[in-house]
Design a protein around this ligand. Structure first.
Ligand code: DHB
Ligand code: MG
Length: 239
């Protein structure tokens, strides 16, 4: 049973109405009512000390559907936090599918381990703990030595400052047909309004520029209003 008492709100500072929250509840109640495991994960995470910056349930379900629609077997995630989005993606995989997820923070990695165990998904998920840039560099080396295969689906959801660097590494771990999804690409409109001094927004703008200037990539981004405020997701196909 879904626990309706769990409110996981981070409403937009710009968009003040609570109507998006009500719409989100409507969507969740009708379309996500059978998705028990992610609901149980949120209930567990509500008992943990952790920033409430996980993806919205409707967005987790989008990741899950994309993984299933594209027949994805190998997922790479940059930014685990408690592993909520990881669980959504792992649930979309076939038996022989696998998620590798990267996070720096030991406390979150511990929560993520517990999350995967309680979800019955521990055998389908590996956590690589460390600074994402260092872990990715190591993974690229492993790939070059023939020890690590490429990924079919990559979710970038860590510090936004380093998105351009993460993209560079991810492209070295991709093949034609790899799907790359990035979270938080609108940020209450700060994508447009913020000065270039904010490193996270600078990183975000550079990410858009890098996607635009690379002829091997085809992308779109769309804005979302949800319990996570006004933000957006960017989807890229490696041609
Ligand atoms: C933040 C990070 C996220 O990945 C997110 O989805 C929302 C907020 C943050 O660092 O503030
Ligand atoms: Mg995010």
């Amino acid at each position: 049973m879904r626990n309706k008492k769990i409110v996981n709100t981070m409403r937009s500072k710009v968009f003040k109405s609570d109507l998006p929250d009500q719409v989100e509840t409507y969507i969740e109640d009708l379309l996500l009512s059978r998705d028990d495991v992610p609901a149980q994960v949120l209930a567990f995470h509500a008992t943990q000390i952790m920033p409430k910056i996980n993806v919205a349930p409707s967005q987790g379900k989008l990741l899950n559907l994309l993984v299933r629609m594209a027949g994805v077997k190998r997922v790479l995630e940059i930014g685990t936090l408690g592993g909520y989005s990881t669980v959504w993606m792992a649930l979309g995989l076939p038996q022989d599918g696998h998620v590798t997820t990267i996070d720096f923070d030991e406390r979150y990695v511990q929560i993520a381990h517990e999350t995967f165990a309680m979800s019955g998904l521990a055998d389908r998920i590996s956590i690589r703990q460390g600074m994402a840039a260092e872990v990715l560099q190591q993974m690229v080396e492993e790939h070059q030595q023939g020890q690590l295969d490429t990924y079919d689906f990559i979710f970038i959801d860590a510090d936004k400052e380093n998105n351009p660097l993460y993209l560079e590494y991810c492209l070295q771990l991709s093949h034609s047909g790899t799907i790359i999804v990035a979270d938080n690409v609108v940020r209450d409109g700060k994508l447009i309004t913020e000065t270039d001094k904010a490193p996270n927004i600078r990183g975000l703008r550079q990410y858009y520029q890098d996607l635009a200037s690379n002829p091997a990539l085809d992308s779109t981004a769309f804005q979302t209003v949800s319990t996570k405020g006004w933000d957006g997701l960017c989807i890229t196909l490696v041609k």
